[in-house]
Ligand binder design. Structure first.
Ligand code: AMP
Length: 280
């Protein structure tokens, strides 16, 4: 694996690969890698000649300075894990390599109404930061295929829109959520949970499963209400658990067979999100 820290070095390396017609797969991450990230690398390895992973804790997508400051950074272990998956290139730039000396954000305001709900409402400016950094990274890496996790479902809709608008040659790949044995969705932030928080954290996925099991025209609202009640008790600080249309993210007012159930809760000082697709 080649470790590249400079954008100019990455550009010249990619240009050689392009000349040789190599299919480039790209997995953007913020590091503190776990099996969820590695499953994306594995998927990319299956279809692409060269897999590029980026590790960049993007300051413009954090809406809380404390979250950015305490974001886990585990580069040595990340490198070890990437080597174990035969990743070809790791791009690990400093902030100024990506942004110059101005942390300017582009706007995702006109991406559609889905940009303003759920994570968009809870984390103002978050998706502006996401599209800003992804545009920069896509221009540098020039991937044929990109790989994103369903774990960040709303982000996937944002990325698909960015691709439709500006990068039509890139193929988007949605990868399933990797979970711990007890169902908790893997996340870099899970290491921040203390023991008692970690013990109750599986209730998040249990609540999603409860909704999925009751996903019928007669039971759906009952299941949804019960799941909300489960996560409205301490130690959870409930943010949202809702059933939405998978494309528009409009909150459902009537039953529909295909839906996505999305959840966000705060557990101690850690914010956790998860989701499940239901229906045929
Ligand atoms: P992050 O480092 O959190 O920005 O995540 C980088 C990529 O890994 C994103 O596409 C995430 O959706 C994906 N990802 C994060 N957690 C998981 C997971 N548990 N399973 C699958 N993909 C994940």
């Amino acid at each position: 694996m080649i470790l590249i820290k400079k954008s100019s070095d990455l550009l010249s390396h990619i240009s050689e690969l392009k000349k040789a017609n190599r299919i480039i797969g790209f997995v953007p991450t913020m590091g503190a890698l776990h099996d969820g990230h590695l499953s994306l690398i594995e998927s990319a390895k299956q279809k692409c000649d060269i897999v590029v992973c980026s590790i960049f804790v993007n300051p413009t997508q954090f809406n809380q300075a404390s979250d950015l400051a305490s974001y886990p950074r585990t580069l040595e272990n990340d490198i070890r894990l990437l080597l174990s998956k035969s990743c070809d290139i790791l791009f690990h730039p400093e902030i100024d390599e990506v942004y110059g000396n101005l942390l300017e954000k582009e706007s995702s305001e006109d991406y559609g109404s889905f940009i303003h709900v759920l994570e968009g409402a809870s984390r103002p400016g978050h998706f502006d930061g996401v599209v800003t950094v992804l545009r920069k990274l896509f221009l540098l890496v020039q991937p044929n295929q990109v790989y994103f996790g369903q774990k960040d479902y709303q982000q996937c809709l944002v990325v698909k829109t960015l691709i439709q608008r500006s990068f039509q040659d890139i193929v988007f790949n949605l990868c399933p959520i990797a979970r711990e044995k007890d169902g908790l969705a893997m996340s870099s932030r899970n290491v921040r949970l203390n023991q008692s928080e970690r013990e109750v954290a599986p209730k998040i996925f249990e609540s999603l499963q409860l909704v999925a099991q009751n996903w019928t025209i007669t039971n759906w609202e009952l299941g949804l209400n019960q799941a909300q009640v489960n996560l409205q008790k301490p130690p959870f600080q409930f943010e949202y658990l809702c059933a939405c249309d998978p494309m528009s993210l409009d909150s459902l007012t009537h039953f529909q067979s295909n839906a996505i159930i999305l959840v966000a809760v705060q557990l101690g000082s850690t914010r956790l999100i998860d989701n499940i697709l239901v229906g045929s």
